[in-house]
Design a protein around this ligand. Structure first.
Ligand code: GP9
Ligand code: MN
Length: 422
């Protein structure tokens, strides 16, 4: 009931990590772009094919800090069955997704206090871009609840046979055709772009790539390198276009791998790819996804802090100088000196900067060796508590009973995503 919310507010307030003074408010008033890098796992960053070819040269340069980018190499996806949509959910709410079923589909009409709604009230135009039909993952309903004023879905793109594959628009034409829409937004804007090309089963049309597939005895794994390379090129093209459009120097760009692409069904080939047997410990390490944050004027570098999807919103809000102390967030700012390096997964497993804790078994991150189970207990307790509180909020629709100071809910009835409104 509504009294539960008080406990939760007290808990999240007591866990708040203050902004790092070096970065606090550094992005004040800037545009925000999220780019969901479909199925991109972190092992591919700086990976070399057996013949020496690099797969993601552009992202590798960002990983070194080029283009004022901070790259996080110990960042994990925390998604459940809602896949892409679960990642979106965490980025914008700093709540966990559900343990069963996609929260976008099951709880699309709940009350949320999501980043788009917060930003919209602060004068930002809010827009989502995705080259698939708007109903997929119930996005058309959920995006309203999150506070998106505009949704540029499949209807806004030239979905001819050459431009589309699998679920919808290929990344290059999608991002290219998005540029005029982006230019048409009122600044500052808060936006997100959901890519599609690097999606299972990763096959590409011949005319879209010259990259040689892998030779690991598994066509899904082999093709993954091709489509990841294509996405790398698409992102490079996007950065070039944003520079040409004069947007790059006052836009924060957050890019993240949304979830794994290669499941346990492909462990035999993956063992050849990474040169190690895929034990449960190694499988957990493979759940790293790259996180890049381009922050104009900031010196880029590789940051080794451990974190996950729920930590991104607090990080962004502190960069923007927006006080979210009053908001319920289960993550903490990745750049804060007091960031908690504890990453809970939806199934109760936990990874910290020292330990990988899987079903009660504790492994050393450094050696992969099993350690005393008691070492994991405090982290499992924290993870359980956070997951339970988050579930309580979502299952009980508890944000109905809690309005952070200054929060104005989205005007859902006024939002209309029909393409003839453009
Ligand atoms: C579909 C796209 C892919 O619109 O987001 O979804 P996924 O299967 O990765 O969750
Ligand atoms: Mn996805």
């Amino acid at each position: 009931d509504s009294s539960d919310i008080d406990d939760i507010v007290n808990y999240t307030k007591s866990n708040d990590a203050p902004a790092n003074p070096k970065y606090a408010g550094i992005g004040k008033g800037m545009n925000v772009m999220y780019v969901s890098l479909e199925s991109l796992q972190n092992f591919i960053i700086n990976y070399k094919m057996p013949d020496g070819t690099v797969v993601t040269p552009f992202l590798n340069a960002l990983a070194k800090g080029d283009d004022n980018t901070i790259y996080f190499n110990n960042f994990f996806h925390q998604t459940g069955s809602g896949k892409t949509s679960d990642a979106e959910f965490m980025m914008e709410n700093s709540l966990f997704p559900l343990s069963q079923g996609p929260v976008f589909q099951m709880k699309g009409t709940n009350t949320y206090e999501a980043a788009p709604a917060i930003m919209n009230h602060l004068g930002y135009e809010t827009a989502a871009f995705h080259g698939n039909v708007k109903t997929f993952w119930n996005r058309d309903q959920m995006y309203k609840s999150l506070g998106y004023e505009r949704f540029f879905d499949a209807k806004y793109y030239d979905m001819n046979a050459q431009n589309t594959k699998n679920y919808g628009m290929k990344d290059k034409p999608f991002l290219k055709e998005s540029i005029p829409y982006i230019k048409g937004l009122k600044q500052p804007f808060y936006s997100k772009f959901i890519l599609l090309s690097n999606h299972f089963p990763f096959g590409m049309d011949q005319e879209d790539t010259t990259f040689k597939p892998g030779n690991f005895g598994d066509s899904v794994v082999n093709n993954y390198f091709q489509s990841a390379n294509y996405m790398d090129q698409a992102v490079e093209q996007f950065f070039t276009d944003l520079k040409k459009a004069g947007l790059f120097d006052h836009t924060i760009i957050i890019m993240y791998g949304d979830h794994y692409g290669l499941s346990e069904n492909h462990d035999a080939a993956m063992a050849k790819v990474i040169g190690k047997t895929i034990t449960p410990f190694e499988n957990a390490q493979l759940q790293r996804v790259p996180l890049f944050i381009h922050i104009p004027k900031v010196k880029g570098y590789m940051n080794q802090t451990y974190g996950g999807d729920v930590d991104v919103r607090p990080t962004l809000m502190n960069l923007l100088g927006i006080n979210t102390k009053d908001y319920i967030q289960f993550g903490t700012d990745l750049l804060s000196k007091r960031h908690q390096q504890i990453v809970p997964f939806r199934d109760g497993d936990v990874i910290t900067n020292k330990y990988t804790i899987l079903g009660g078994t504790v492994y050393s991150n450094v050696t992969g060796a099993k350690l005393d189970a008691s070492l994991g207990k405090p982290y499992e307790t924290i993870a359980k508590k956070k997951l339970a509180y988050s579930d309580k909020i979502i299952e009980g629709d508890l944000l109905r009973f809690y309005k952070p100071k200054g929060f104005v809910p989205p005007a859902i009835a006024k939002i209309n995503y029909n393409s003839d409104q453009k």
